[in-house]
Design a binder for this molecule. Structure first.
Ligand code: IDP
Ligand code: MG
Length: 192
């Protein structure tokens, strides 16, 4: 019965964690959490695999754009930031903005090899999400990977024309994990 709670999750160590020589420290955090490593490999990703991983699912893209706009809404210079976004991306529409961010994200993920891994444990997906912290490192709590090693935020879209660098990807839930494991480790299904 307790086997039902055992999940696999896909963790990707993104180019910024590799370039900043943080791989060891970050992997250690997953090891110490009690999650068990099942697979790990270095991958030189191509555009095709990255486009599958960050798929063009309209719901996800819309969410990406909306979350970005929400971040700016919470500042006291929303109108100014919105004008800058419009100037840079030619739109204020959340869907179009989400699409533009997805392009930047894929470019970023293609900047260096990635370390792609599978971890297993009780409620592994939600555990891994807790270990990594909020998508926006500025809002991620101390003690999480993103909170401890970065203060990045969507402001980088305006200042540097780039996506958020947040060191690590972890599947959002078990369904996302199954989809992602099939992309990166097609030889192994998630089900035992
Ligand atoms: P997650 O990685 O925490 O699951 P998602 O919403 O799935 O977050 O977004 C995927 C990736 O897209 C993030 O990890 C981050 O690198 C990038 N990203 C998300 N939101 C923004 C944003 O508002 N501006 C720029 N990049 C973003
Ligand atoms: Mg995600």
């Amino acid at each position: 019965m307790e086997k039902d709670f055992v999940e696999k999750t896909l963790i990707i160590f993104k180019p910024d964690s590799i370039k900043r020589n943080l791989l060891g420290e970050i992997i250690t955090r997953f090891e110490k959490s009690g999650l068990e490593i099942k697979e790990i490999k270095l991958v030189y990703p191509d555009r095709e695999i990255m486009e599958k991983h960050y798929s063009d699912d309209i719901k996800w893209i819309t969410n990406l754009g909306e979350k970005t706009l929400d971040f700016f809404k919470e500042t006291n210079q929303f109108e100014q930031y919105l004008a800058s976004i419009n100037e840079m991306f030619g739109t204020k529409d959340p869907v179009e903005l989400g699409m533009a961010i997805r392009v930047l994200l894929i470019e970023f993920m293609l900047e260096s090899p990635l370390i792609v891994s599978i971890w297993e444990g009780s409620f592994a997906c939600s555990k891994a999400r807790k270990i990594i912290g909020n998508t926006i490192p500025l809002n991620a709590l101390p003690g999480t990977i993103r909170g401890d090693y970065s203060s990045d935020s969507p402001i980088s879209l305006i200042t540097e024309g780039r996506c958020i660098y947040n060191l690590v990807h972890a599947s959002g839930d078990a369904i996302e994990a199954e989809r992602e494991i099939n992309i990166w480790f097609p030889q192994m299904g998630i089900k035992d």
